[in-house]
Design a protein around this ligand. Structure first.
Ligand code: ZN
Length: 655
């Protein structure tokens, strides 16, 4: 994830960058902060700025004379005499709120007593900032000696004396304001060529520094080789008291509790490293949609799966398709409307669908042209803001042909193609067999390459056909007897899976705003835990209803029930306890099924309120599964119900 402010920032206006020279001191333990900021502005006759409510302006001078800012809306204005060069000098003082207090404003900052540290993100108003203008800055920080502080920007100096640690940072390119991090960090450093890499970890994580630095170097080399030069002088990995994984220019801020987990230094670290190119090195033009999360997912998360082999890559694509199939049509949105991940529905589009689109683009124009297009895009847009149009330009340039139809159909349209097989026949003819199949596309207007696998008595052959009409009639002659024909055998086409192509998963219910939650238990503690769990699990506010399993259920259902008499309750829904759950040895379970009318059901059963309570944290992580069994709050078994034969597989063996 990239730290974004699509909702805060207005479209950028093209002024020369403001230059900030900031000197500040911070006591992370109690949040006491003093800031001295000299700002040189030009090109406009007023400086409009915002400031965090926890900061006071001690003094302000304009070109050497005392000045007073005027309140305007939630911010301030200083009138300048003309649009020439002016210098503003601010002295600010305040106390960064503690995490417990929370901070007002759209972007929270916090300090934290004890061993956690402080966090001042770029747009939290900790320096006077005119949001219409990118900035360049030089930043000097001073913190008590038991702490270390780090900011986005190039580290240019640091010193320690008896009482304090001091460090200075500066930027070379106009861009976003500094984000600042401080805490009782242990610092480890590695050099890789001209690049300086560091970990700023809490003491209990210090022994993980080496594996993190090694992994970061390998990812930076990988993207350096495939895209172009790493755009900054430093890269830091900073441990965060918050459960986050955020990318900033030349650093990533990662929750201290997830740093020990293997997925973090694998896929997640690769993702954050890659944001130095996509999202920071090239900034996102949010007005036309956020392409950076999907491209980063494709080149980091997905590429690492592909490294493991074709089967792993295919599994990830199928997972994306299953998640998309679980997304109700009314929560779908065109790719261009995606800005940032506010809920899971947005992730299904902005991360997964976009990554899938890059997969299809690479199949459409070939891997070589795809790779050349990315390098071209990087060269053309480095340290600038770019949107989908610039990406299209880059790939048209490398492919040498128009791709307008491709970007229009995948970015502007809501939804996805659907595929089914119509009339088909196999006929024995003189010299072998003639196969005829109608491929149906009920949603008009999509054009895509459809791979297929034809298995005959002589072996398998792969073909590819172009689908653009509602009905495409295909014919082949084969000398050997055809056995089966499998369309899209490797799931290379982004499409809405048919219901019987995909087993129900937890998300089929949790993403659906029309789903109804029923809690069946006479125990008030169970009921309370059930309500809390529904709130955590559902992507929208849960709709509770009194338990009634006797009538027709005509909506997706979340049934939270104790395990007394469970088979009898399920029987009312026409469901049976799956074999996977029949052996006891679990204290709570979540599993999916479909009612006869096609509506998905998510059953969560637990022995008692405590067992249900134990699902609050872990269960929301298993949205892509069909079933998960828990014992004492720990997942012991999980899986996806098997689908025996997809509807896009034509079996000729009966003929
Ligand atoms: Zn990201």
């Amino acid at each position: 994830m990239l730290f974004t402010l699509a909702n805060v920032l207005p479209a950028q206006v093209a002024y020369a960058a403001d230059s900030h020279d900031i000197k500040m001191s911070l006591k992370p333990d109690d949040g006491a902060i003093e800031i001295n900021d000299r700002i040189v502005v030009s090109g406009r006759d007023r400086f409009v700025f915002e400031l965090a409510p926890w900061l006071d302006i001690e003094s302000l001078s304009l070109d050497g004379a005392a000045a007073k800012p005027r309140r305007q809306g939630g911010g301030y204005v200083v009138e300048l005499a003309d649009s020439g060069r002016h210098e503003l000098h601010f002295e600010l003082k305040g106390r960064v709120p503690s995490r417990a207090e929370g901070s007002s404003g759209s972007v929270p900052a916090y300090s934290s007593s004890g061993s956690d540290g402080a966090y001042l993100p770029a747009y939290s108003g900790w320096i006077p900032l005119d949001l219409s203008t990118p900035i360049v800055y030089r930043l000097g920080i001073r913190v008590p000696i038991e702490h270390r502080a780090v900011a986005s920007g190039k580290l240019i100096a640091e010193t320690t004396d008896a009482g304090f640690y001091q460090a200075s940072f500066e930027t070379e390119q106009a861009g976003e304001p500094p984000s600042l991090f401080a805490g009782p960090y242990q610092l480890r450093e590695r050099r890789h060529g001209d690049l300086r890499l560091r970990t700023y970890f809490h003491a209990e994580l210090a022994e993980l520094s080496d594996v993190y630095l090694d992994a970061a170097i390998s990812y930076i080399r990988r993207y350096h080789d495939s895209i172009g030069d790493y755009p900054y002088a430093d890269f830091h990995i900073i441990s965060a008291p918050l459960p986050v994984g955020l990318g900033f220019p030349n650093l990533t801020y990662v929750g201290r509790r997830v740093i020990p987990l293997p997925f973090m230094r694998g896929r997640s670290l690769a993702h954050e490293v890659l944001h130095n190119w996509w999202g920071n090195g090239v900034a996102v033009d949010y007005a036309s949609g956020n392409w950076a999360e999907g491209l980063t997912t494709y080149m980091a998360d997905y590429a690492l799966e592909r490294d493991k082999g074709a089967a792993a890559a295919r599994s990830m694509r199928i997972k994306w398709l299953r998640d998309y199939a679980a997304l109700p049509a009314e929560r779908d949105q065109p790719v261009r409307a995606f800005m940032s991940k506010r809920h899971q529905a947005a992730q299904v589009i902005g991360y997964n669908k976009v990554a899938f689109i890059f997969h299809m683009l690479s199949l459409e124009i070939g891997e070589e042209a795809f790779a050349a297009g990315l390098r071209h895009f990087w060269r053309q847009n480095r340290f600038q803001t770019a949107g989908w149009l610039e990406l299209q330009d880059a790939f048209e340039n490398s492919a040498g042909r128009d791709l307008g139809w491709f970007f229009r159909q995948w970015l502007d349209r809501r939804g996805a193609p659907r595929l089914s097989i119509g009339a088909h026949s196999v006929e024995q003819v003189d010299d072998g067999f003639r196969i005829s199949v109608d491929v149906l596309q009920p949603v008009s207007g999509y054009r895509f390459e459809l791979p297929l696998l034809l298995q005959t008595a002589n072996g398998s052959e792969r073909h590819q056909v172009t689908i653009s009409e509602n009905l495409t009639r295909l014919e082949w002659r084969t000398s050997a007897k055809p056995e089966y024909l499998h369309f899209d055998p490797d799931s290379d086409v982004f499409r809405r899976l048919q219901r019987n192509e995909t087993p129900p998963i937890l998300r089929d219910v949790s993403l659906d705003a029309s789903a109804v939650t029923m809690i069946e238990s006479s125990d008030s503690e169970f009921e309370r835990a059930g309500r809390e769990l529904a709130g955590r699990l559902m992507d929208t506010v849960p709709r509770f209803q009194r338990v009634d399993l006797d009538g027709e259920i005509d909506h997706p259902l979340l049934l939270i029930t104790d395990t007394d008499d469970l088979p009898a309750r399920l029987a009312k829904l026409g469901l049976r306890l799956p074999a996977e759950l029949s052996a006891k040895g679990w204290s709570a379970a979540a599993w999916t099924a479909r009612l006869d009318n096609g509506n998905p059901v998510l059953v969560i059963s637990a022995d008692d309120g405590a067992a249900l309570q134990g699902l609050l944290r872990p269960l929301p992580h298993y949205g892509g599964q069909s079933y998960v069994l828990f014992d004492g709050g720990r997942a012991t078994t999980r899986g996806i119900w098997p689908v025996k034969r997809g509807p896009l597989l034509l079996d000729f063996s009966a003929n």
